[in-house]
Every structure is written in C-alpha cells, then in structure tokens.
Design a protein around this ligand. Sequence first.
Ligand SMILES: [Zn+2]
Length: 216
Amino acid sequence: MRNIKYIILHHSATDYKQNDEDTTGKQIAKTICDRAQEKWKKEFPAYKCDYHFIIGHTGEVFKAQPIEQPAWHCTNYQANLVSAGICFLGNFENIEMPIEQFNASVKLIKTLMKEYNIPLTNILRHRDVVSDITHTSTSTQCPGKNFPYIHTLDALRNGEPFFDIGEDYPYIKEIKFLKQLGIIKGDGYGNFRPKEYITREEAMLMAYRLLKLLQS
Ligand SMILES: [Zn+2]
C-alpha cells in the first residue's frame, strides 16, 4: 500500500462546470483528466489525472487518479509521492464554496484520514507546500483566498479546540472557555502552540478582546 501521509487541497481555478448541462461538474472533471492524460501519455500511459479526487459544486465526488498511484498535483516530487490530491471544482479566488461541496469534502477527508491514519496537521493547502521549482510555499494561490480551510479543519477536529492539544491537556477547560469567547484564536492554522511565548502584540490583542467583551 502506498504510504499516504498528507492530503493536499487544490482548486481547479476554472468554472465549476463546463456548460449548462454539466450540473455536477462531471464534464469539466473529465476535461481536467483528459488534459493530464494527454500530457503524460508518453511517459506514463496508465496515468489518469493530476488529482485523486475531484469534487463538484453539488457535492459529487469523482474518482480520478487511483489512490495507490502518485499524481503530480504539486510541484514537489517528494510531497506528491506521499500525498493524495483533492481538487475542488471552481475558482475560489472569486467565488465562495457551496455547502454541498464543503460537506462532501469533509466526508471524503475524514474517510481518507481514517484509512491512512493521517493526522489533522497533515491536511494542507497547495499553497502550504514548498515547491521544488520556487523553493517557497505560497508560490501559488491555490486553492484560492476564499477556500474555507479553517472551517474544514474545524469540521475535521471533532470538537477539540486546537490540533496540538488534546482533551488530556492540563488547561483544556480554560482554553476551550477562552476560545468560545473569542479571546484566543490560535495561530491561524488551528494550533495553540502551548510551548511558545506570546508577543506584546498578541498580549495587547487578548486584553483588548477581553475588555471589549466586558464593555458589551
Ligand atoms: Zn493546486
């Protein structure tokens, strides 16, 4: 079995359907696969797609590249070998994700996480992966600025406030309480980072949020 450690999220940066008849996105998903097959047909005649799964706006999930085979969804060779690529149809630089597409993706990611024992910290956006070509992450906007990454992580977390602290963490009750009130929000990637110092800026922000709350 291929060692799948990461799930990497992409958008197609296209319309979410090919034409008026293409309600589920099946046709545009096929076009995406056809293009990849055309590109790789000499080197890898069995190649199916640059993504393992393609999800349409109505929540339809299309299986593309067989999961046991790597796909070239990132410009990072090592990351492609050990990851599954999911492509969300649509351009999330411009549009918001419909709830049906969001819910279908959470269901799919949960299944893959369970099957391959993938931790939440390894669910990444394409833009989080360092490129072999540019040697930076964020060398691409993929999957777009409106992609609901934090919401996806929240939906996958099963009620725990942050990824890096579990129910057995000594101050979990206090941390949950402060998060519920919006006084602490984590590092933007869903981590609490319990061992790190806070900056003056962060301390001010927490004091500000608390005082605002007391005023209201
Ligand atoms: Zn991408």
